[in-house]
Ligand binder design. Structure first.
Ligand SMILES: [Zn+2]
Length: 235
């Protein structure tokens, strides 16, 4: 609900990571054989020089890459820097913002995942799994200290009809990727940044479907006269 449009590689208009305004974003290539990457960040000229010559997460140097972009916001004229489809500057911009209905404790872990996502996609995926586990504990009203496996909670929520279809899938994706990065390590989050991006969306989807949507429905229901409400055969 009205979360705005987060910066995304395939869009030319989104909420600017520098000024926050929804504005047209002008993409241009940088770094292809060049030796300096400059960009205006938060209105001030800034040089992304510390990145130059350093090994990037894909094992290449910035100067050698041909998929580095600077993106200028047409509103504030500041820029963000994108490499390999992922925004690297300004920092802390990976992943959707938390759904307004996300419970506080869950949100703290979710935000932690957002801050670490650029440096360590694996750590972010593990934190997202934790956020989903905390969310499921709340939804299932699991008493503090009691150990319950995440897949059992997902199963219980599904059986109670609290989550359905695509939402169950979203939960499972966060669970599976989170497990994999900690144990098996078969999923390469560095290869394709869109998987991790998508996982943030999955957590938000679960929050909206399990908390936001029923809440909106309930407030709508309250607008119906009580007499009529009683006659509704919903439960
Ligand atoms: Zn801007």
């Amino acid at each position: 609900m009205s979360k705005g449009q987060d910066p995304r590689f395939d869009l030319d208009a989104f909420n600017c990571p520098n000024c926050g305004a929804f504005a047209h974003q002008w993409w241009y290539r940088i770094g292809a054989g060049g030796d300096v990457i400059t960009a205006r960040l938060r209105g001030k000229p800034a040089v992304a020089a510390p990145l130059l010559g350093k090994k990037m997460r894909y094992g290449e140097t910035v100067a050698a890459r041909d998929n580095a972009y600077a993106v200028r916001c047409m509103y504030c004229q500041s820029e963000s820097v994108w490499i390999g489809g992922r925004m690297i500057l300004p920092e802390g911009g990976t992943g959707e913002r938390a759904d307004p209905e996300m419970p506080e404790g869950v949100r703290a872990v979710y935000e932690e995942a957002r801050t670490i996502a650029q440096k360590s996609p694996r750590a972010a995926a593990a934190l997202l799994r934790l956020s989903v586990e905390m969310l499921c504990r709340e939804l299932c009203k699991v008493p503090q200290g009691k150990q319950v496996e995440l897949n059992e909670m997902i199963k219980a929520l599904k059986e109670k009809g609290r989550v359905k279809g695509a939402t169950v899938e979203a939960l499972e994706m966060v669970r599976v990727v989170g497990n994999d990065v900690v144990h098996a390590g078969r999923i390469d989050l560095e290869e394709d940044g869109s998987l991790l991006e998508g996982l943030f969306g999955c957590v938000n989807k679960v929050v909206d479907d399990a908390i936001g949507e029923p809440k909106r429905q309930e407030s709508l229901l309250q607008k119906i006269p009580e007499e009529e409400r009683k006659k509704m055969k919903t439960k």
